[in-house]
Design a protein around this ligand. Structure first.
Ligand code: SF4
Length: 752
């Protein structure tokens, strides 16, 4: 039977008030940890993007007052992009959420106590569960919170609260890389280390603009002493393309054809590493047969690229000694993204360009903890990259966590787009959104926002009550942000870095971790999480879960070791520690040391040096399929193709944080703009800076014209950071990763 609100309050409010909420320092309202020296500098990693730069945080009275780039951190070596330098500014924004808010009958959001908020949260969701079953409630989370919070959320939701369907905004950026690696390598395992940027003699960037999207990674390329060939495959003449030695401005979404064509040419050039292929891969002969019809004339015709450019690139790859392939959202956000990512992987495998310095088929991640989400979100795979349908995996996870095995649901979760469809069909009745701004960022956002109206209950947990999504919430829970809590993030090169509490969260905002603890307590499943007492306690549980897995981190003794080592790449097993030299053991609550101990672990480690992959037979797979046509092509009514992507390095996703910095706001245009080719602008009578109307089959928006030859005739580009843009995008999804195809839809452009 579901307890009433009054019963819950009577039963639980004492616990909430005395133990959890009001206790100074315990849950985000009080002091920063005592281990931080009052006036000193501590180090932590940046909480924006997946580069994972190290920052020196300068303290006064134990609170952060400034920061600078860490010269000793192996990722960024003293550099930071504008977002990193301004990372403290969003914490001081005046629109931070300071109290829980409840929508009244009059439609206003009004402040309520945490006791009432959590009691109401549990009462509502329990009532919906009782009426509509365990599939009726879903959450959408984020790649921006620490691994320990992701793990807690996923475990609480599925094992404690008994729900099934959950996903994260990492579906929008990294789901493709996850599935592609898993199918090709046997596990989601980006093989590289950032040193590879400096060690390649050929770097091929596919659908990737690191100058803007990953500027510190680009700085690592600029430090490459080998005068490398830099190839950019991108329809736009991006900042990276301008700096490249070869730019291939292919037709949008012809990348799969191009990559198969390159494989065909590499076969003709006899550039296949036959020894590597024979010893370490499966399926090459079938792949070689498959790419035979991708002749140079066909590929030139379908990609719009001259044959000489194709031969030149194939020759560059064939002659390269250390060739690395890098892809980002231009590949991941496509209607056939998984096979495209695997086409990149196939090139590295057939040429044996993997496992050595300066090589690899390397997915660059987006968010600061997308890698943590891929391992520990407990959404599509069981916590820690396990399989819910594997009895041994269920037994292991239940044993490590100390929970009954039958609490682990075997039913797979719906993906993000399927959760959205579930709202439309009535299958999903309540939605809990944590740290993401779906009302802005989801593809075809007007449909998403209309569907939110159908929900019985929408909860938004975020730093700000002012996001597009939070403004629609029935219940808003104020969350602490980066810098206001402890935890770990995993960057693109698999490096686990530390974040620390160096600021007090404003008002009554709580760390997500502690909101989950409150919910567990009031829901009635607190006993299941009795050992989940702090982020570091959870880290130790996750460490044990990693035992025997490809990402085994049993060699990491705790947060202090991560701190002392300037981050640690996975895997790091106990036996590796033996090999590297015994590392000092530390407990879960380490005391400060007067001096750091010398690093004992190599700072840059890559995977597959021995050619052994994570498949059952240790061999990598060639995976391929026929290209499919773009779902929404330009036509007579909508003759332009709209491309979307990042605008500047000072903007982050939906600008919820970067929009709070006076400095960052000066570094990007305040209003939406549309890049259009000069020929098209002249034909339509559009002057630079003029207002243009952009229409798709879903909506019309206006923007300022940015007339530039960076885009090709017939194509236009708009940055995703402006809330208008996803009104236009077309909801097509890769069938394997279910990642949305943001990059290509048909639009009409007119003078505004
Ligand atoms: Fe580094 Fe990314 Fe932070 Fe910029 S946003 S400082 S590149 S981690």
């Amino acid at each position: 039977m579901i307890p009433s609100l009054e019963q819950l309050l009577r039963a639980r409010s004492g616990v909430l008030t005395e133990k959890l909420v009001r206790q100074p320092g315990a849950f985000g309202l009080g002091q920063v940890p005592a281990r931080l020296t009052p006036d000193a500098t501590t180090t932590m990693v940046c909480g924006f993007c997946s580069t994972g730069c190290g920052l020196n945080v300068h303290l006064r009275d134990s609170l952060a007052v400034n920061l600078s780039a860490d010269p000793d951190y192996p990722v960024n070596r003293g550099m930071a992009c504008p977002k990193g330098w301004e990372a403290l500014a969003p914490l001081d924004a005046p629109d931070r959420g300071t109290k829980p808010l409840l929508r009244t009958n009059g439609g206003e959001l009004t402040a309520i106590s945490w006791e009432r908020a959590i009691a109401l949260f549990c009462e509502k969701l329990q009532a919906i569960r009782a009426a509509h079953g365990p599939e009726s409630v879903a959450f959408l989370s984020t790649g921006q919170i620490p691994t320990e919070e992701m793990a807690f959320l996923g475990a609480l939701f599925k094992f404690g609260m008994g729900f099934v369907h959950c996903d994260s905004n990492t579906r929008q950026c990294m789901a493709t890389a996850h599935v592609a690696y898993k199918e090709s390598f046997g596990f989601d395992a980006p093989p590289y280390t950032y040193a590879d940027f400096e060690e390649s003699d050929v770097l091929v960037f596919i659908g990737s603009n690191p100058c803007i999207a990953h500027p510190i990674m680009w700085q690592r390329v600029m430090r490459n002493p080998h005068q490398p060939a830099i190839v950019v495959i991108d329809p736009r003449r991006t900042e990276t393309a301008m700096a490249a030695t070869q730019h291939l401005p292919l037709r949008p979404k012809s990348d799969l054809v191009l990559l198969y064509g390159l494989a065909h040419l590499l076969l003709r050039l006899e550039a296949v590493d036959r020894d590597f292929v024979a010893a370490h891969t499966t399926g090459f002969e079938a792949f070689a047969d498959f790419v035979r019809p991708f002749t140079i004339s066909r590929v030139a015709e379908e990609t719009g690229l001259a044959e000489e450019k194709l031969w030149r690139l194939a020759g560059t790859i064939a002659q390269g000694k250390r060739v690395s392939f890098w892809w980002t959202m231009g590949v991941n956000q496509s209607h056939e993204s998984t096979r495209t990512a695997q086409a990149v992987i196939n090139l590295a495998l057939m040429t044996g360009q993997i496992g050595r310095p300066g090589t690899g088929a390397n997915s660059i991640t987006g968010q600061c903890n997308a890698m943590g989400s891929r391992l520990f979100a407990n959404a599509t795979s069981l916590l820690g990259g396990h399989d819910a349908n594997d009895a041994a995996d269920r037994t292991k996870v239940a044993g490590v966590l100390g929970i009954p095995e039958d609490l682990i649901p075997r039913q797979p979760s719906l993906a993000y787009d399927q959760i959205v469809d579930g709202i439309e069909s009535g299958r999903i009745r309540a939605l809990w959104v944590i740290g993401t701004n779906s009302s802005h960022s989801w593809v075809d956002r007007n449909r998403f926002n209309a569907l939110l109206e159908k929900l019985d209950f929408l909860v938004v947990q975020d730093m700000y009550a002012s996001t597009d999504t939070a403004k629609r919430a029935d219940l808003y829970l104020p969350a602490a942000g980066w810098g206001e809590k402890d935890g770990t993030l995993i960057n693109s090169e698999r490096r686990i870095g530390l974040i620390k509490k160096v600021r007090r969260a404003p008002g009554e905002a709580l760390a997500d971790f502690h909101i989950f603890r409150l919910i567990a307590e009031v829901w009635g499943c607190g006993a299941l999480f009795a050992r989940w007492t702090s982020p570091e306690a959870v880290f130790h549980l996750l460490r044990e879960l990693s035992r025997g897995r490809p990402y085994d981190i049993t060699g990491i003794s705790g947060y202090r070791m991560i701190d002392e080592q300037s981050g640690i790449q996975w895997p790091l097993t106990e036996s590796q520690i033996e090999a590297f030299g015994k590392a000092e053991e530390t407990g879960p609550e380490p005391e400060p040391k007067p001096e750091q101990s010398a690093p004992t672990i190599p700072r840059e480690r890559r995977l597959f040096a021995d050619g052994t992959f994570f498949t059952a037979d240790g061999r990598a797979r060639f995976v391929f399929a026929e290209p499919r046509p773009m779902p929404e092509k330009p036509d007579g009514d909508f003759p332009f193709l709209l491309l979307t992507g990042r605008g500047t390095s000072s903007q982050w996703h939906t600008n919820t944080r970067t929009g709070k910095s006076d400095v960052l706001r000066k570094l990007y245009p305040p209003d939406c703009y549309l890049e259009i080719h000069p020929n098209d602008a002249a034909r339509l009578g559009i002057a630079p800076g003029a207002t243009v109307k952009i229409s798709s089959r879903r909506a019309s928006i206006t923007a300022a014209a940015f007339v530039t030859p960076a885009v090709q005739p017939g194509q236009v580009f708009a940055p995703m950071h402006y809330e208008e843009v996803n009104q236009l995008t077309f909801p097509a999804f890769d069938p394997h990763s279910r990642q949305p195809s943001y990059k290509a839809c048909a639009v009409r452009v007119e003078r505004g």
